[in-house]
Every structure is written in C-alpha cells, then in structure tokens.
Design a protein around this ligand. Structure first.
Ligand code: FAD
Length: 338
C-alpha cells in the first residue's frame, strides 16, 4: 500500500494479532476507513503462527475462563490453521487487508503539540511514505510474547540452534526436553507425544516444581496421563544449573541435584514479557507487574488518544478478550471522531 507523504490517519494500530486485526474490522464497521495496521512480523496473527503447535484447537473459553463476544468480531472454535484462514477471510471480507503494513517494528509513539502522534520505527529501511504517517489515535495491541523469557544461565553458541522457544525446529526421533510448568509447556509436551509425524520423539518435561500447579485442568490432565504412563519422561522437581555441548555435539544438561542428561533439543516455555519498553517509551503509565494503567471501559491510557488492548493489559489474555477490547477502544474513538 502506498501512503501519501505526510498522511494523517484516524487510527494507527500497532500489532496485527487478534486485538489489532479486530480493531481494523471494527473501525471499518464504524465507518472509519482511514487507518493503518503495522506489525513487525510478515503476516497477521504471527504469535499464533509461531507459538501454537500444528493442528492445535483454538478454544473460545481459553484457560477455563468463559467469554461472550461483545463486539462484531467472533470466531468459531477450530484448528490453528482454520483459525488463521477464518481471520484472513474476515479481513478480506471487511476490505481492510490493504491497510496492513508488515515487517516494521515500532519503538515508540510520540504525541506532538499539534495533538497528532508520530510513529518511531526501529529499522533503517522504512520507506519514507510510512515513516511520515501521523495518527489522530493509536491502539497498541502488541501482546506479551515478543520476547520469550530466557533462563538465567548462558546458551553456549555451539548448541544455540538446539535451544529453542517453540516446537518449529523439532524433528522426529529427537530426544526433546520441554522446560516450564505453565500451559504452553504442557501443550508442547503432550502435543509432541500426540503428533503423528513425531511418534519417535522422546519427550521429557522439566520443571523446577515437583508437581503441575500452573496448568489449566485439561492440560494438567493430559500431562498427568502421559507422565503416569511414561510417554512423557518426568524430570520435575529439579532446576537446571547450566547447559553445555556434549561430546557428541548435543546438549548436556547439568541439573541442580548433580544429575546430568543429554538431549538433542531443549524447548523453553517460560512465558513472555510485557513489551514494556514500547509502552513506557511512549509515555504510558504502568502499575504493578508493568501492566499499563488504562480505563477498562474505553481502553484509553493516561495519554488522550492512546489506547492499549489485548494481552499487554492482562495476565490472562485470550483471543475473545482481545476482540472485545478492540470493540471498546474503536467505539470510543468513533464517538470522538464524530
Ligand atoms: C501456546 C498458546 C496457546 C494459546 N491458545 C489459546 C486458545 O486456544 N484460545 C484463546 O483464546 N487464546 C489462546 N492463547 C492466548 C491468545 O493467543 C492471546 O491471548 C492472543 O493472541 C492475544 O492477542 P493480542 O493481539 O493481544 O497479542 P498477540 O497475539 O501477541 O499479537 C501481538 C502482535 O503485535 C506485534 N508486535 C509486537 N511488538 C511489536 C512492535 N514493537 N512493532 C510492531 N509489531 C509488534 C507482534 O508481531 C504480534 O503480531 C494461547 C497462547 C499461547 C501462547
């Protein structure tokens, strides 16, 4: 899409995950067509592309929390791949796909004296036409998964390729250790056991606590079943001290109880972090746990015209919640633009 130099949009939406893409559709339905959606990834719903395992069912009532859709954007429960197709169809039907700009990472937004926001990019090669867009309103829907949490010990460079944050590099037949005690770790572990084309993988679950406490009931039940029948090997109740290359070029893991083990791959599922820098650098006030301070009815922050929605404002986010937030924010903007 070509933006005219110096163009002023009604809304610039940062992030094209569930929250951001729902904002684009809500805006169109509210009669606001002059928008741009910017994402650092090469497509919408990147977090789902990257972090959901192949074929995963996309639940409406995620983590056991019931949701009613309060806006215009909804989804039918289906597989990851079908969900992405559904969203593509909805964006196409709404006629908003040409407002999406991919591969641009935003560092911050700045409100000028004229009341318009400028958008500051993190890379050199941004075309001038995008760089000079200004916005009357901004919606930040940047999620929490931008930077996966890393363990404190270093990753030696010889085995960096084998130390991953999702399942995308796992190959059949590998000995894989999943590290973490939350839902993502659980889904990775039993997901690998169940995947038809990964039947020869040997899966170990490592978590510093001896018991599963942080997973939802379904994931707890699935992991417990496979831990009990030995399909998931149990290395729980012990932390990892360090990792180093084994003589065979694999990963030698040194546990805090003095034991060691060798794996082809380790997949860390230690949670994500709030992209605090983007928010703080844009002047958004944050409270406890770095959660942005916002009005829950409108999603507006302490800066007038700057909204934030979705995972970044909650520790129990979901697709339905992000959709609902999108409708709150866009209705508020629409009422002000009239
Ligand atoms: C493994 C897993 C399974 C899940 N399963 C379910 C489920 O079954 N059902 C359900 O409802 N929920 C599920 N969730 C949660 C759900 O995916 C999230 O709540 C939802 O994606 C939040 O949407 P969002 O738009 O707030 O953020 P995200 O989906 O994280 O989207 C944020 C977007 O912002 C972009 N971005 C970030 N920083 C920048 C920047 N600086 N510049 C430009 N772009 C940026 C990212 O590239 C990304 O596209 C699951 C989560 C995980 C990790």
């Amino acid at each position: 899409m070509i933006h005219e130099n110096g163009k002023v949009v009604d809304i610039a939406i940062i992030g094209a995950g569930p929250g951001g893409m729902a904002c684009a559709i809500e805006a169109k339905l509210a009669g606001i067509e002059n928008i741009v959606v910017i994402d650092k990834a090469p497509h919408h719903n990147d977090m789902i592309h990257k972090f959901y395992k192949k074929g995963k069912r996309v639940d409406k009532d995620w983590m056991g929390i019931k949701f009613e859709f309060t806006g215009n954007v909804t989804f039918e429960e289906c597989s990851k791949e079908e969900y992405i197709q559904q969203m593509d169809d909805k964006l196409r039907a709404a006629g908003v796909l040409d407002t999406f700009e991919y591969n641009h990472e935003i560092m911050r937004v700045e409100k000028g004296e004229d009341g318009l926001f400028s958008i500051v990019y993190g890379q050199e090669n941004v075309s001038e036409s995008i760089e000079t867009i200004k916005a009357k309103n901004i919606i930040l829907s940047v999620g929490r998964m931008g930077k996966p949490n890393k363990p404190k010990y270093p990753f030696p460079k010889e085995i960096k390729d084998r130390l991953n944050f999702n399942l995308s590099k796992v190959q059949d037949g590998e000995r894989v250790m999943i590290v973490g005690g939350g839902d993502t770790a659980g889904e990775y572990a039993y997901g690998l056991v169940e995947l038809e084309d990964m039947q020869d993988c040997v899966v170990t679950l490592n978590y510093r606590q001896a018991e599963i406490k942080r997973m939802n009931p379904t994931n707890t039940q699935m992991c417990t079943k496979y831990l009990d029948n030995g399909k998931i090997l149990n290395k729980m109740g012990v932390d990892i001290e360090s990792v180093e290359p084994s003589p065979a070029g694999k990963i030698k893991v040194n546990f805090t109880d003095g034991s060691t083990a060798e794996y082809d791959r380790a997949v860390y599922a230690l949670g994500g972090t709030t992209p605090k820098d983007l928010l703080v650098n844009s002047g958004v006030k944050t409270g406890e746990w770095d959660v942005p301070v916002f009005n829950p009815e409108t999603m507006e922050t302490n800066i007038e015209g700057l909204y934030t929605i979705g995972d970044v404002v909650t520790d129990q986010g979901s697709i339905a919640l992000a959709f609902n937030h999108a409708s709150f924010a866009v209705s508020n903007i629409a009422s002000k633009l009239k």
